[in-house]
Design a protein around this ligand. Structure first.
Ligand code: AMP
Length: 211
């Protein structure tokens, strides 16, 4: 399985990719997680990309491509979450795929209105111990520390200001990728306002329906 998950911040790409990866054994490659891990490591590269991340700006294409490429080569089966984010990244992905003689099975676009997304993201918390994503209301972090000790933290770029900026970038640069993949005949759209398990089923069904 090789799929791309498209969708605005808060549509649930990370949550869904995580669940699909647990169900079908495909590797979950999140460029956002790679970016945050690099920043946390305190490396020179991390220093360089920190500002982009904190402001909700896209990290330059060549840096992102260089960061994610090894993960793409490593696994036969993967779900890309957060990449590609614009047309030049989509073209770079096509090139990388042709180099490893592989093809995308599907591009799944998760869809939800901006106001729903902003509401959702203000409740998002990530476990520093496991990387798992929770929501204070819909999927609260466990109280029993054995399951996931946390701490459960809010991302810097989940403030309303950064969020509105990230959504604007999504609509300007990432959303046009829907036509990019529709033209290739591999786009499916999924209503991301439904409950998490239902969205999960809809994604898997959409992948199966692809030619
Ligand atoms: P995310 O968790 O996917 O929202 O990503 C968090 C941040 O990481 C973004 O706001 C960007 O600064 C950076 N980032 C993640 N993926 C990409 C990408 N494909 N291209 C450029 N920047 C990215």
């Amino acid at each position: 399985m090789r799929i791309v998950l498209l969708g605005p911040q808060g549509a649930g790409k990370g949550t869904q990719a995580q669940r699909i990866s647990e169900r079908v054994g495909a590797k979950h490659i999140s460029t956002g997680d790679l970016v945050r891990a690099e920043i946390k490591s305190g490396s020179q590269l991390g220093e360089k990309i920190k500002d982009y991340n904190d402001r909700g700006e896209l990290v330059p294409d060549e840096i992102i491509i260089q960061m994610m490429r090894p993960y793409l080569d490593e696994a036969d089966s993967w779900i890309l979450d957060g990449f590609p984010r614009n047309e030049s990244q989509a073209e770079a992905l096509d090139e990388m795929l042709s180099e490893i003689e592989a093809e995308l099975d599907a591009a799944i676009a998760l869809e939800a209105p901006d106001e729903v997304l902003i509401k959702r993201l203000s409740g998002r918390r990530t476990s520093e111990a496991t990387g798992r994503i929770y929501h204070v209301e819909h999927d609260p972090p466990p109280e029993n520390g054995d399951e996931d000790p946390g701490p459960f933290v809010q991302r810097k770029d989940d403030t309303e200001e950064a969020l509105r900026h990230r959504l604007k970038i999504y609509h300007q640069h990432t959303e046009p990728l829907k036509s990019y993949y529709a033209d290739k005949g591999i786009l499916a759209t999924v209503d991301a306002t439904k409950e998490i398990p239902r969205v999960n089923e809809d994604i898997l069904e959409a992948v199966e329906e692809q030619p």
